[in-house]
Design a protein around this ligand. Structure first.
Ligand code: COA
Ligand code: AMP
Length: 633
């Protein structure tokens, strides 16, 4: 079929407010919005300012009312524990009501914050939906972060209650959450009042009487009593959640998502971008701790009446590289969404896709990739083995849904390897130079989006309007700075080539090298340091830290490097995947003292590089090259 994309994009561009007003009809509003957009409100305007709704009602209750009570809402499949369970919409509603009742008994209400530190289990979805029902603002923290990172988030959002489980299960170990939480609460300046803890048999948590409560005791009782909590009427502009993401410092940014714009945007994407129908199974193999997990594990499918999947496992090793194919066959998955790194992992284990032959994956119409650049080689391999369109799309925690993509539901456009295709309606993507002047097609520059950002994008950072403006809206007035660099070709295809800041992307996870440098610098023997992201065949990038020791330190550098690796794991978490620390005598700098991280990266990546004219002492480069060589980088 000929793609309707051009017509749809033009209809948005001609009449953006009519476009989103029409899209908003998919939401069950309590008070339908009379105003689609108020340019005077908030930092850059607000969507649907006079509409009211409840997101949980839209994601659960209304499907039960409208004939989907017995349809699967959530599939839980956990190869690491052997548990599988499917929840119908009716069952999901009962569970969500019960957790809402428990939270209400704890005194949680509209506007209160609830932090969720959860592994990939159904209770993670149930817990956040319960918050949405009450109008409490949830903030999910990824399980791979350490206590200090948790403490930073607790300090920033002041949660009244924390939802958690006694442990997460990684293929190689059980991650006990409770000691991490206890340490984080100890470190934090503000303390949550209560913890609701799901005890898992793999590691039973010790409870602090009066503060810690057993999920099973309270929630199971509330389910048995059929407790019901009325969904709270929320303004479309009220925050639904805060999701922390890496900024350029060690202090993460609290990206705020509102209720109304979020529901409108996600529902629009389900049909038009992903080509999914209500009742179908759409699996995002991500984690609820990331934005992909928020939009397409926690919310998108449920808002649309489709089926979501909570998979507690990995693409490989649980038990093998056929895990994705087993899932597709078993649950008749219509579309799979994952990060390219997962496919690189599968390919490494099973280059000829022998395991795929064991399964019937004919239900799968499309593979979607995002989270990092989809390298053409991996895309071509996936296309070859699967025989379905492989669709890259580009987005950020801040945007909550795709900025550029290939709208399968509108009729897919031809795929160009290396490009996430074209701007989605809502986004006027432009490429500009440092002076904010547009550059011609094909030329690299900073990627910016003309304001206002569409519904579902961040209205601000949690209680930090000024940081919002400074981080995103100041460098290019009238535009949102994506901090990605790239170009747009003659056909309007967007190419994302890298970041303009110090963020790196490790296995689809966004990490701040600045944050890591803060940790390295905190080691008592370290005088100076620099962290760069170096190319990695599996994870895309991996962090590599250089340290200069304080004069007079006569300990073994190898020992100190080991301590540095442990320090990053302890302070940021295993997710940082920080494994390489290299001791050098000096760091290459410009004459004005700026560390030449860009040159170091090119050398480490074996990319062509030239000696910067401003370098203070060219001889240091030889030392860096020798040190990298010695470490096998
Ligand atoms: N809780 C605790 N620890 C976690 C964790 C969690 N939820 N998730 C990951 N970790 C740990 C891992 O166990 C690993 O620890 P280790 O150093 O002891 O081995 C470390 O964090 C790094 O994890 P990861 O980067 O995931 O590497 P991996 O080697 O375990 O797995 C892949 C590699 C490619 C299989 C894996 O990264 C993957 O499936 N990626 C998909 C990407 C994705 O979902 N991205 C989200 C955005 S779409
Ligand atoms: P996160 O906020 O964790 O989703 O990370 C967002 C960043 O990941 C973007 O700013 C990009 O740098 C990168 N990214 C995400 N998706 C893509 C993609 N499809 N192609 C290239 N880079 C991507």
């Amino acid at each position: 079929m000929a793609s309707q994309y051009q017509d749809v994009y033009r209809s948005w561009k001609d009449k953006p407010f009519e476009f989103w007003g029409e899209a908003a009809k998919q939401v069950d509003w309590i008070k339908p919005p009379k105003t689609v957009f108020d340019p005077e409100a908030g930092v850059y305007g607000r969507w649907f300012p006079d509409g009211t709704l409840n997101t949980c009602y839209n994601a659960v209750d209304r499907h039960v009312k409208n004939g989907r009570a017995e349809q699967a809402a959530l599939i839980y499949d956990s190869p690491v524990t052997g548990i599988k369970r499917t929840y119908t919409y009716a069952e999901l509603l009962a569970e969500v009501n019960a957790v809402s009742a428990v939270l209400k008994d704890f005194g949680v209400g509209k506007g209160d914050r609830v932090l969720a530190y959860m592994p990939m289990i159904p209770e993670a979805v149930i817990g956040v939906l319960a918050c949405a029902r009450l109008g409490a603002i949830h903030s999910v923290v990824f399980g791979g972060f350490a206590a200090k990172e948790l403490a930073t988030r607790i300090n920033d959002c002041h949660p009244k209650v924390i939802l958690t489980a006694s442990c997460g299960i990684e293929p190689n170990r059980t991650v006990k959450y409770k000691p991490l939480l206890d340490e984080a609460i100890e470190l934090a300046a503000v303390k949550p009042e209560k913890l609701l803890i799901l005890q898992r048999p793999q590691a039973i948590a010790e409870m602090i009487p009066g503060r810690d409560f057993d999920w099973a005791d309270l929630v199971v009782a509330a389910v048995a009593e059929r407790r019901h909590v009325e969904p709270e009427e929320m303004k479309a502009t009220d925050p639904l959640y805060i999701l922390y993401t890496s900024g350029t410092t060690g202090i993460p940014k609290g990206v705020v998502r509102d209720n109304g714009g979020h529901a409108v945007a996600l529902m629009w994407t389900m049909k038009n971008l992903y080509g999914i129908e209500p009742g179908e199974v759409f699996w995002a193999a991500s984690d609820v701790g990331w934005v992909v997990g928020h939009s397409y594990i926690l919310y998108g499918q449920l808002l649309y009446g489709a089926t979501t999947v909570v998979y507690e496992g990995k693409p490989i090793g649980t038990p093998d590289a056929g895990a994705f194919w087993r899932m597709v066959e078993e649950y008749k998955i219509s579309a799979l969404f994952t990060a390219p790194t997962a496919f690189r992992a599968v390919r490494k284990e099973d280059p000829n896709a022998e395991l795929l032959k064991k399964y019937d994956v004919s239900s799968m119409r499309t593979l979607f990739l995002a989270g990092e650049r989809a390298d053409p080689d991996t895309v071509a391999w996936a296309e070859k083995i699967l025989g379905v369109p492989v669709i890259d799309h580009w987005w950020q925690t801040e945007t909550g849904w795709a900025i550029a993509g290939n709208p399968v539901g509108l009729g897919a456009l031809p795929v160009k390897h290396g490009s996430p295709t074209v701007a989605m309606p809502g986004y006027d993507i432009q490429i500009v130079d440092e002076a904010a002047h547009p550059v011609p097609p094909g030329k690299m520059g900073s990627i910016v989006i003309k304001l206002p950002l569409p519904p579902g994008n961040l209205p601000t950072l949690w209680q930090q309007d000024v940081r919002m403006k400074e981080s995103y809206l100041t460098d290019f007035p009238g535009f949102y700075k994506t901090a990605d660099a790239g170009f747009i070709d003659e056909d309007g295809y967007v190419y994302i080539m890298g970041r303009t800041d110090d963020i790196i992307n490790v296995a689809g996870h966004r990490l701040s090298t600045g944050g890591m440098e803060e940790v390295l610098a905190s080691h008592p023997d370290v005088a100076e340091c620099a962290v760069i992201g170096v190319k990695d065949q599996l994870k895309g990038e991996q962090p590599c830290g250089f340290i200069v020791l304080k004069s007079g330190v006569d300990r073994s550098p190898i020992e100190i490097e080991r301590e540095i690796v442990k320090l990053v794991r302890d302070k940021i978490g295993p997710v940082a995947a920080f494994k390489i620390a290299i001791t050098v005598n000096r760091l290459p700098k410009t004459r004005s003292g700026k560390i030449l991280r860009g040159t170091m990266k090119k050398i480490a990546d074996h990319d062509p590089w030239t000696m910067p004219a401003t370098i203070d002492d060219p001889a240091i480069i030889d030392e860096i090259m020798a040190a990298l060589d010695h470490k096998g980088v």
